[in-house]
Design a protein around this ligand. Structure first.
Ligand code: MG
Length: 343
């Protein structure tokens, strides 16, 4: 196996910001860089994508520094993905975006060698995948009508909250989309001391779920607020990896799993199994990433309750193709591996 990587640049259709500082994308909010990993074995190449997040102290540089040390840990057997990922995590637990890119490339390689898509190799039924939510970026409230009309083909909208004008924004959004499901993501933006009030305030808008209301590890405040919350609370930043999940039972109603956060498909499948055992709901999300990264998530999307896989749909110039979008559902294709090809 030979591990190499390169950077690509893509552009989002719109600039967008979220409540948490330091997470807006660069270059006026429109250019994003990603690291694409290739693993070659017997002339077949598997591809994976790293979408590092500043919140987890990951950058393209930290991803590539980690990748530069991984070749000796890969071993000789590309089919032992779980073993390879476990080995990598012993050294690179804090570099899960990099581990995820390798996990994805190994899955792509596995599927291409077996000439089957990953969802099929895992025995998943892609016909049962739930519709995805479509993100409505926080902008001038005057732009909401345009944003909502652009999301016309989607029955579930997701909007970032945690701003002073949340109620105003949600009032307007509900007016524009009276029949759609609305998910909100506070991205750690609400104070634990006023959590119940904030939840009560937004609950009047008939929300499907609230993602990560507070900063991480505010478990007492969350446990209290959850007792009276009519809306399910879903951990995102609090549910980074499998070892986080157990402590979240009774604190949150569900967890949001993202491949680049947890370390790839192997770790995500562990989180799914854990959450199911703990009777928690499961959401599957993504970063702003190309169809390569999102297609990896789509392979396992039949196993979750809430799908939030719109990262590639936010791009103006997605360099990969192969994911299917029909009736608001993002489905993996029939092609082997992760099912995408570079344009
Ligand atoms: Mg989130």
């Amino acid at each position: 196996m030979k591990l190499t990587w390169r950077r690509i640049t893509a552009h989002t259709k719109h600039a967008f910001k979220i409540a948490r500082s330091g997470s807006s994308v660069s270059d006026g909010g429109k250019a994003i860089e990603r690291t694409i990993v290739s693993i070659e074995h017997d002339g077949i190449i598997g591809l994976g994508e790293a979408a590092p997040t500043p919140f987890y102290k990951q950058t393209l540089e930290s991803v590539e520094t980690a990748l530069a040390k991984m070749q000796p840990l890969l071993g000789e057997n590309p089919d032992d993905i779980e073993g390879i990922v476990a080995r990598l995590l012993q050294t690179f637990d804090g570099d899960r975006a990099a581990v995820s890119a390798v996990d994805l490339a190994l899955h792509d390689l596995w599927g291409k060698r077996a000439k089957k898509p990953i969802w099929q190799l895992y025995g998943y039924d892609r016909a049962t995948i739930q519709p995805t939510s479509m993100t409505i970026g926080i902008d001038d409230i005057a732009l909401l009508p345009q944003k909502v009309s652009e999301a016309d083909g989607f029955d579930i909208l997701k909007i970032k909250v945690g701003m002073p004008n949340d109620v105003e924004t949600l009032t307007e959004l509900r007016k524009l989309a009276p029949d759609k499901k609305i998910r909100v993501d506070a991205n750690c933006g609400w104070e634990p001391s006023s959590l119940s009030e904030r939840i009560a305030q937004v609950s009047q808008f008939d929300l499907e779920l609230i993602e990560q209301p507070t900063t991480t590890h505010q478990f007492d405040a969350l446990r209290d607020a959850r007792k009276s919350s009519p809306v399910p609370l879903v951990a995102d930043e609090d549910s980074a990896k499998p070892s986080d999940v157990e402590a979240l039972a009774g604190v949150y109603d569900g967890i949001n799993i993202k491949l680049s956060k947890c370390g790839g498909i192997c770790e995500a499948r562990k989180m799914i199994a854990l959450a199911r055992r703990l009777d928690m709901k499961i959401m599957l999300g993504c970063m702003v990433e190309t169809s390569l990264g999102v297609s990896a998530a789509a392979q396992i999307a039949s196993e979750v309750d809430y799908v939030d896989l719109d990262g590639h749909l936010l791009l103006a110039d997605d360099p990969f193709t192969g994911l299917i979008l029909e009736g608001g559902v993002v489905r993996p294709g029939d092609q082997p591996g992760l099912g995408v090809t570079e344009i």
